[in-house]
Design a protein around this ligand. Structure first.
Ligand SMILES: [Zn+2]
Length: 287
């Protein structure tokens, strides 16, 4: 393991690193990775964009489940892996962080240059007038519209979705957009069957094209929305390092691959690089 961390440190110490992070980074923050080997298998298919937009009962199911799941994600705290990524950024080694996660934990840990590839659970948007609102405000409105609705459950997916009995869902009242009065509100996350906004993808490619290396953290690169950056790196001859539990789609392209937990590996990487200051201090005290 030490030898591999040394190789990873060599890669990162050259600077210009673009991090691509996935659900595996947030499992130690209590947000399960339902694709990873330690996570539970997906119990049902995720809701597609089409379902959400076309089917009012699907939207009711989404918001009823999200009303519980979102609170869990909103209360989650960054772990030592998030703090290590922030320390790498503050140490000047990173070009930026592209995350597939919608939990905002990189920013909570102190990372500044973050592109949330699949959006954020923090914000909602009206599909009619485009008005944006905070998820927190929407939670208040949904609570007011559903005063009797409260159920604790521990089966929570990374997107803040949960399993709920149909009887709870059928009684749930969804609220319309506050600005236009009747528009459909959608969380500002990329649903299955929906494309990542073009300007966001362009920004990521700009980072990747000027990167010295890519560092894949906690992602099996199953989805093309992030795997395409590894393909681009291969085309441009950019080195790829991977830390992930279990195999990833990018393993054949990696010059170093560590199959281990991120909260274990990343603080050691940061120590090896000799980062100083409050962020590495936070990494050390958390171990
Ligand atoms: Zn509206």
């Amino acid at each position: 393991m030490d030898k591999h961390i040394g190789k990873l440190a060599d890669l990162v110490s050259a600077g210009g690193v673009v991090v691509i992070s996935g659900a595996g980074l947030s499992t130690d923050s209590g947000i399960p990775d339902y694709r990873g080997p330690t996570g539970t298998l997906r119990r049902r298919l995720p809701m597609t964009y089409r379902e959400f937009v076309c089917d009012p009962s699907a939207r009711r199911r989404y918001w009823a489940r999200s009303q519980i799941g979102w609170r869990h994600v909103a209360r989650a705290q960054p772990n030592s892996a998030h703090r290590a990524v922030a320390a790498l950024e503050h140490g000047g080694w990173l070009h930026g962080t592209i995350t597939q996660n919608v939990d905002g934990l990189h920013q909570k840990a102190g990372s500044r240059d973050v592109v949330e590839l699949h959006g954020s659970l923090d914000t909602v948007v009206c599909l009619s007038c485009g008005a944006r609102d905070s998820r927190r405000d929407l939670a208040r409105r949904l609570r007011a519209a559903n005063p009797d609705f409260d159920l604790r459950t521990s089966k929570i997916a990374p997107d803040g979705d949960v399993d709920l009995p149909d009887t709870f869902v059928e009684r749930f009242a969804v609220v319309p957009c506050r600005a236009c009065g009747d528009g459909i509100i959608k969380p500002e996350v990329v649903f299955f069957g929906e494309s990542v906004p073009r300007d966001r993808v362009a920004q990521c490619f700009e980072w990747v094209d000027s990167a010295r290396s890519l560092l894949i953290l906690g992602s099996s690169l199953t989805v093309m929305s992030s795997y395409r950056f590894v393909i681009r790196a291969r085309e441009l001859g950019i080195s790829v390092g991977i830390v992930n539990r279990g195999p990833t789609r990018g393993d054949a392209d990696a010059c170093v691959k560590i199959d281990a937990g991120l909260a274990d590996v990343l603080p050691r990487l940061v120590e090896r690089l000799g980062a100083t200051g409050e962020h590495i201090g936070a990494v050390r005290t958390s171990r």
